[in-house]
Design a protein around this ligand. Structure first.
Ligand code: DON
Length: 427
């Protein structure tokens, strides 16, 4: 069978034949871009890539670099140190607005140029070249191939970077920028000049969608850092059209003035599109339309989530034992359903089997909830047996590996209690 995924992407590109807007011209080299280019790539978390149109055409990453460098700044300095210099509030301003918070002097967020320049300066490295090299290494690791800097675009932007230079000097006067402003703008401009395709960007976005992990299992960002980045993309990624975007498309996103646009559907997919003509906000005109259509067709919107599976748990009787067969990935709401089933077992010594053969993954909270349920069944007098061929309940953290792995009697092990569950949920 030929997968309908590719056909869908071609149809999608065909549906935005009409274009409007202008190619960015404040960076002279970008004005040379072919305005009719149009490409899309969709990357799944397990490494599948679907692409159509100009998917192998290279363009500069521009502002799409900002969330990734923000993540690196947090990894290098810690979140508190970064928050002390850069706020996380949507600004409602254009991307290059010369605006800092009146009270604190902080740029409003790391997606506008002021905040992105401050974030770049927080990346470890002695000078512009060293910081840009570390950043290039990071982007390459995310993209799964060695990327390079488009030197012509870099020179072109640096020669016209007066506004960013003004921002950097202003940041230094209010104590929010480390180092020499000219050197920082040079490094930031190199970061914006990294050359990518939509395939690269889709894969980089899929890493964010996967909580900071590549399809090969390389945990590039700590999950808490990843969550911070996605939150800021959701509220500030589309500048002064962020509210429109969040209501009409509804996923964390980031645009760049070269015409790239990425979207991240957490836990599911990373998407990138490329079309150089920009709308008045500086976002790709056709890129925005493509995402609106995908939201309509594919139901991407974060605020329209799927309900958790109802068939997660069923109770059968087998050889005199109550068997709780559980299926699917487990999070809080699925674990709650499982506990509801356990709670129906009358107190007594009847054997209970907890069968996790069809569960491959449980997050920390679900695992603790299940372990607590099992502990209580045991406390009620039941002979609890656990079938856990995939080791879902076992982890170093619970120290339960030996007892619960495979079909073994459950005895003696006291898992984390519910107060612990509650504090884990708050963390
Ligand atoms: O600093 C700049 O102005 C550019 N290097 C990046 C701006 C950008 O991509 C804005 N996004 N739509």
């Amino acid at each position: 069978m030929r997968t309908p995924m590719i056909d869908y992407l071609h149809l999608l590109l065909g549906s935005v034949a009409e274009d409007a807007g202008e190619v960015a011209s404040y960076i002279p080299e970008l004005e040379l871009a072919d305005p009719d280019r149009l490409g899309i790539a969709v990357a799944t978390l397990d490494g599948e890539m679907y692409a159509a149109g100009d998917a192998d055409v290279e363009f500069t990453i521009q502002s799409i670099s900002k969330p990734f460098t923000y993540a690196l700044a947090i990894a290098d300095q810690g979140l508190d140190a970064v928050l002390e210099r850069i706020d996380v509030e949507p600004s409602g301003d254009a991307f290059n607005e010369i605006s800092l918070d009146r009270g604190t002097g902080r740029p409003r967020n790391p997606m506008i140029n002021a905040g992105a320049i401050a974030a770049h300066a927080l990346v470890r490295g002695d000078d512009a070249e060293a910081r840009a090299e570390r950043i290039l290494d990071l982007y390459s690791r995310l993209a799964g191939r060695r990327l390079s800097i488009a030197e012509d675009v870099f020179e072109s932007e640096l020669s016209t970077a007066d506004r960013n230079m003004a921002l950097a000097y202003m940041l230094r006067t209010v104590g929010k920028l480390r180092g020499d402003p000219a050197d920082v703008v040079r490094g930031y401009t190199r970061q914006c000049s990294v050359s990518v395709t939509v395939r690269d960007l889709a894969r980089m976005s899929a890493v964010l969608a996967a909580g900071g992990r590549t399809p090969e299992g390389d945990q590039v960002f700590d999950p808490a850092v990843n969550r911070q980045v996605l939150s800021v993309m959701a509220t500030c990624g589309m500048y002064n059209s962020a509210g429109d975007w969040l209501t009409s498309v509804g996923i964390p996103a980031k645009s760049g003035v070269a015409g790239g646009l990425v979207g991240v559907l957490p836990g599911q997919v990373g998407i990138a599109v490329f079309s150089p003509r920009l709308d008045p906000h500086g976002n790709s005109t056709r890129g925005v339309r493509l995402f609106e259509r995908m939201n309509h067709d594919l139901g991407l919107h974060l605020m329209a989530p799927a309900e958790s599976a109802r068939s997660v748990s069923r109770r059968l009787e087998r050889d005199g034992a109550a068997v709780h067969e559980i299926a699917g990935d487990l999070h809080f709401t699925e674990a709650e359903r499982v506990l509801r089933g356990f709670a129906l077992e009358p107190v007594g010594d009847a054997p209970v089997v907890v069968d996790l053969d069809r569960v491959h993954r449980a997050n920390d909270i679900a695992r603790r909830m299940l372990l607590e349920g099992i502990r209580r069944l045991h406390e009620d007098g039941h002979d609890v047996r656990i079938v856990d061929p995939w080791g879902v309940l076992g982890s170093a953290e619970t120290g339960s590996g030996e007892l619960v792995r495979g079909e073994q009697a459950h005895g003696g092990y006291v898992p984390a209690s519910f107060p612990d569950v509650a504090s884990a949920a708050r963390a």
